[in-house]
Ligand binder design. Structure first.
Ligand SMILES: Nc1ncnc2c1ncn2[C@@H]1O[C@H](COP(=O)(O)OP(=O)(O)OP(=O)(O)O)[C@@H](O)[C@H]1O
Length: 318
């Protein structure tokens, strides 16, 4: 039974200790029904631990996980979840069809359904022609697709993916996301971890950022940009010669307020502009009036990349 009002996943105060390491330090968030949520974080943030806890592969030290309102250890919850692990969990000395058969049985797909599901999976992965080939000889991208199919053969309502596109080429990434879009369109709720920030930005409805075992941001890309780096564009202008003094340009508020940009001795001017459609022209005009010729220009739109570094810093974590 699925409780009508409950989110697909509800995680409250989740903690996991490995002896003295606190991998999760009180994690709270929800996965809405039909939502695709990207789970991000630097190395060691606790993403894999969280996915493993959701998939019942590791027992949390504290906290609760509910699946459509059911406790995580109930049969209903288990059936609703499908895990696609980061490490490929395939039998290299079996064919694609044999792997799918083994995982279908493992997930309890009824015998009468199994052939139909395997045929669907072969078509979904684009591997119908390779059904009789040994998986051990496949490319990285093909193995990832089979791995994905093995995790969703039992049609779980919630799919947990730990770095589904790690180590694959751009074509395979596209293919994998097309496959996930199809599951999404059929109503699946998806939680995926990734280090590809562009992927998270383009493909997910919402983003949760984890750092050192804690959720440090949760929202849509627009909400995260607004609450961190803001929507203003970073404008970088290179001029034909080093500045003799900072240049006076109109501020964002209009012509009356002016600001000084650039540093004497450098040929680069950097500034933030809230509304480029209104204020970029007057800015460039002011640079020209200063006696400089613009030789190059870049306008940076704030992205998840900026949000991520703003929140987690530049220090290496491993
Ligand atoms: N089985 C384990 N035993 C001891 N410590 C562990 C174990 N698994 C993870 N950890 C530690 O818990 C912390 C979180 O690790 P986890 O693998 O969950 O991070 P992650 O965000 O998935 O990192 P990555 O992006 O590198 O995969 C790390 O400090 C890690 O060393």
């Amino acid at each position: 039974m699925i409780y009508a009002e409950s989110p697909a996943l509800e995680i409250v105060n989740l903690r996991k200790h490995y002896r003295r390491i606190e991998a999760l330090r009180g994690v709270d968030f929800e996965l809405g029904r039909g939502e695709c949520l990207a789970f991000l974080g630097p190395n060691g943030a606790g993403k894999t631990t969280l996915i493993r806890a959701l998939a019942g592969r590791t027992r949390p030290t504290e906290g609760t996980i509910k699946v459509f309102g059911h406790p995580i250890d109930s049969i209903g919850a288990r059936q609703a979840l499908g895990l696609v692990p980061q490490d490929l969990a395939l039998y290299g000395d079996l064919t694609t069809r044999e792997n799918l058969m083994a995982f279908g049985k493992f997930h309890g797909v009824p015998r009468r359904e199994l052939k139909k599901r395997i045929d669907w999976a072969l078509q979904w992965t684009g591997l119908t022609d390779r059904a009789r080939d040994l998986v051990g000889g496949f490319s990285g991208g093909m193995k990832r697709r089979v791995n994905l199919a093995c995790g969703v053969l039992h049609q779980p309502k919630i799919i947990l993916l730990d770095e589904p596109t790690v180590g694959v080429d751009p074509q395979s990434r596209e293919r994998i996301f097309t496959m996930l879009d199809q599951l999404s369109d059929e109503g699946a709720s998806i939680l995926l971890t990734t280090h590809h920030l562009d992927e998270a930005e383009q493909r997910s409805d919402r983003i949760v950022i984890l750092d050192q075992g804690r959720v440090i941001a949760d929202g849509t890309i627009d909400e995260l940009v607004l609450s961190t780096v803001g929507h203003s564009r970073l404008v970088r202008v290179r001029v034909d010669r080093p500045l003799t003094a900072p240049v006076t340009v109109p501020g964002d508020g209009g012509q009356r307020r002016t600001v000084h940009v650039g540093e004497a001795g450098r040929d680069l001017i950097e500034t933030r502009i809230d509304d480029v459609t209104v204020n970029l022209g007057p800015f460039l005009k002011a640079v020209r009036h200063g006696g400089y010729v613009v030789s190059d220009m870049e306008v940076q739109v704030p992205s998840l990349h900026h949000v991520f570094l703003h929140l987690t810093g530049n220090e290496l974590r491993d």
